[in-house]
Design a protein around this ligand. Structure first.
Ligand code: SF4
Ligand code: SF4
Length: 162
């Protein structure tokens, strides 16, 4: 027959052991651990370097990036060049695949160490970087163009064939 109170003593011994042992619990979110090397956080864009080539928008498989392009002499060279007047990244769709980062010719879009994307409304996860807001509900690559179906060939009429 098991002795009375044996289970309680056993439990208390475990508690005492952890009380004086090395702490392994981190008080998140007050204290955050260092992220592993090459981890991918939320994206950001350096708009001063962006050349509005639209490659990131085109390559994104989830259609997260929408850019409104215009032409402007932003560098004072006297020649109007493509300029991203609106730039939005929709974090609610992003899967952190990094394709947009790889394709950018001037390395101006990149991952940060920020990973806490939360909002009460999905649209709040669309972060605007340009001077003019872009509607994130409009898909930048809306449709896969379907070829119109060819009309089925008619079977030859018996009278015509005779
Ligand atoms: S990381 Fe991938 S899913 Fe996210 S915006 Fe870039 S290409 Fe799109
Ligand atoms: S690929 Fe780079 S330079 Fe081109 S539009 Fe995107 S962020 Fe701008």
């Amino acid at each position: 027959m098991p002795q009375l109170g044996q289970g309680m003593l056993k439990g208390m011994s475990v508690t005492l052991k952890h009380l004086f042992g090395k702490k392994i619990t981190r008080q998140y979110p007050e204290y955050k651990r260092d992220l592993p090397e090459r981890s991918r956080g939320m994206l950001t864009v350096d708009m001063d370097r962006c050349i509005a080539c639209l490659q990131c928008m085109r390559v994104c498989p989830d259609h997260c990036i929408s850019i409104e392009q215009t032409k402007r002499d932003a560098d004072g060279s006297g020649k109007a060049k493509p300029y991203a007047v609106g730039f939005v990244i929709d974090d609610s769709r992003c899967m952190y695949c990094s394709l947009c980062v790889e394709v950018c010719p001037v390395n101006c879009i990149y991952h940060t160490e920020e990973f806490e994307a939360q909002a009460y409304n999905r649209l709040e996860l669309a972060r605007q970087f340009g001077e003019r807001p872009v509607d994130p509900t409009i898909d930048p690559r809306p449709t896969v163009k379907k070829k119109p179906k060819k009309a089925a060939k008619k079977a030859p009429n018996k009278d015509e064939a005779a």
